[in-house]
Write a protein of this length. Structure first.
Length: 235
């Protein structure tokens, strides 16, 4: 048996390719009656407030954003903008080509898998429609837990749901939100994914000074797990 019992992944930029806001976000700004640049500035500035879920559901959160922007759309326009934003975030989300094969291979090796993601309301709504969904044993979203990385609550929630200790878990992330340090502080082993496309990834509070192990591709997680099995067997 390997010493790792589970591999937990960040979502955006880790199981997905680099994320940037695409043209679909233009429609959201138009519905709200503001410029895309103004909306983007407020979304960037308030990301962590929104990602905790403390502002209410998707509609209440977007209404709060509108107040920060200084616009007051009608109820119908706001509901249409919520739907537009959902579609826009979904359009920005492109799974890595090796995400499904790697998750399937991990489960084939007897390991549990899961996602721990800082996110707003959109991801929990559309993740069940993605090809990775059946391959995830646990899904932990900041917007539902009420905390963002690197808060240990996110990592420990995943462990609790899996019935595992943090030391049983390997965490893989691109390094946004100081997530790698957070995983280590929670008791997990953490590795950074540094795929070439992440140079253009939209990221907040990036972990620039990570000195731990770095992987170039998602598939290298399998090599890491397999080497761990060999070491455990030799011991």
């Amino acid at each position: 048996m390997p010493s790792y019992q589970a591999v937990l992944f960040d979502f955006f930029g880790t199981l997905t390719r680099s994320v940037q806001r695409g043209v679909a976000h233009l429609g959201t700004a138009e519905l709200l009656g503001c410029s895309t640049d103004t909306l983007t500035e407020v979304l960037d500035r308030t990301y962590y407030e929104r990602a905790t879920g403390r502002l209410g559901d998707a509609e209440a959160t977007l209404r709060w954003v509108c107040a920060q922007v200084g616009v007051h759309p009608s109820d119908n326009a706001l509901r249409a903008a919520v739907a537009s934003r959902h579609r826009a975030v979904r359009a920005d989300t492109r799974l890595r080509a090796d995400a499904v094969p790697v998750l399937a291979a991990l489960r084939g090796r007897g390991l549990r898998t899961g996602v721990i993601s800082d996110c707003t309301h959109e991801l929990p709504a559309f993740l069940p429609q993605l090809a990775v969904a059946p391959l995830l044993d646990v899904r932990v979203f900041s917007v539902q837990v009420g905390r963002c990385k690197p808060d240990p609550a996110l990592y420990l929630t995943a462990c609790h749901r899996l019935g595992l200790a943090p030391t049983d878990c390997l965490y893989v992330g691109d390094g946004g939100s100081q997530e790698l340090t957070g995983a280590e502080r929670a008791g997990m082993t953490a590795v950074r994914l540094a795929a070439p496309d992440l140079g253009e990834h939209m990221v907040f509070n990036a972990e620039r000074d990570w000195h731990g192990q770095v992987l170039g591709t998602l598939r290298e997680v399998l090599d890491l797990v397999d080497s761990d099995v060999e070491v455990a067997g030799a011991a």
